[in-house]
Design a protein around this ligand. Sequence first.
Ligand SMILES: NC(=O)c1ccc[n+]([C@@H]2O[C@H](COP(=O)([O-])OP(=O)(O)OC[C@H]3O[C@@H](n4cnc5c(N)ncnc54)[C@H](OP(=O)(O)O)[C@@H]3O)[C@@H](O)[C@H]2O)c1
Length: 295
Amino acid sequence: MAAASKNMKLLVTGGGGMLEQTLSPRLRQRGHDVVALSKGELDVTNFEQVDKVMSSVRPDLVIHCAAYTQVDLAESEQEKAFLVNYTGSENVAITAGKLQIPMLYVSTDYVFDGTQSRPYLPADETSPLSQYGKSKLAGELAVQRYCPQHYIVRTSWLYGPYGRNFVDTIYKLAQERGEISVVADQVGSPTSTLTFSEVIADLIETGRFGVYHATDDGVTSWFDFAREIVKGLEFHGKKITVLPIETKDMPRPAPRPAYSVLDKTDLVNVLARPLTPWQVALEEYLRLKAVKAPA
Ligand SMILES: NC(=O)c1ccc[n+]([C@@H]2O[C@H](COP(=O)([O-])OP(=O)(O)OC[C@H]3O[C@@H](n4cnc5c(N)ncnc54)[C@H](OP(=O)(O)O)[C@@H]3O)[C@@H](O)[C@H]2O)c1
């Protein structure tokens, strides 16, 4: 079956995005033939273009990474967020369904409201707080409706070598200021695009469609995550100070779930391997960053 074979032709949307830039090379290393298309090459909001491109590329699987990801801006750009995350995903799902091509949709922990006190299972009730979360959930529902052979993979707190992310922001602020305040009352699981790409590469070789939760292993707060990022860093000979603050002290346009922990048991069972602890993934990323940083 093509969907579970080792050498697939893969069409990746959202080319040039943070995830795609780590994912596509990893998939090529695995022996897949990857066609990654940027917004300029494949605008997912343009149904005719989606139909034309997917019909001509005829991949074995579409990995749909394209998204509107500006969480705070989405509160005032609701239409734009829904156009990309809902209509765009619907366009890909309708076309994939019609051509009988399986698809993988990358989704988010923000489909949950964070009021639970135990990790969220893939089948738990969704209730997004933000416009971004609502638009990503609408995308999930479109995928479920139009493309029966799908993987929906929810991840959280994503960072990686390409694109703006929390780790780089903290690293930079720490070097500039020596003291930073970070929210301590939101918990979840950081996820490196390096480990997440490995998970996606493993999952698509299983052919086991379904809804999955996929993050790095373990739970932390943004505050403790920041402390781990700056561990060992010094500023003018002094250690960096990270101060805990509450969400209410740092108002932002989009509400975030306070408890954003995802249960990954299904994924671990299907992959038959453990997930990487978030501290290990972070260390790998920081090492890579240090190697890449100019002397
Ligand atoms: N970042 C996180 O913390 C996080 C957490 C959980 C889940 N996710 C999900 O992970 C996936 C990948 O996110 P990411 O962090 O890699 O985001 P990203 O860096 O913003 O990449 C998204 C890509 O989609 C492209 N895009 C936007 N509108 C498009 C359109 N109409 N047609 C085609 N491409 C379009 C963007 O291009 P332009 O930049 O040119 O607009 C960008 O290259 C997304 O589905 C996101 O929802 C992210």
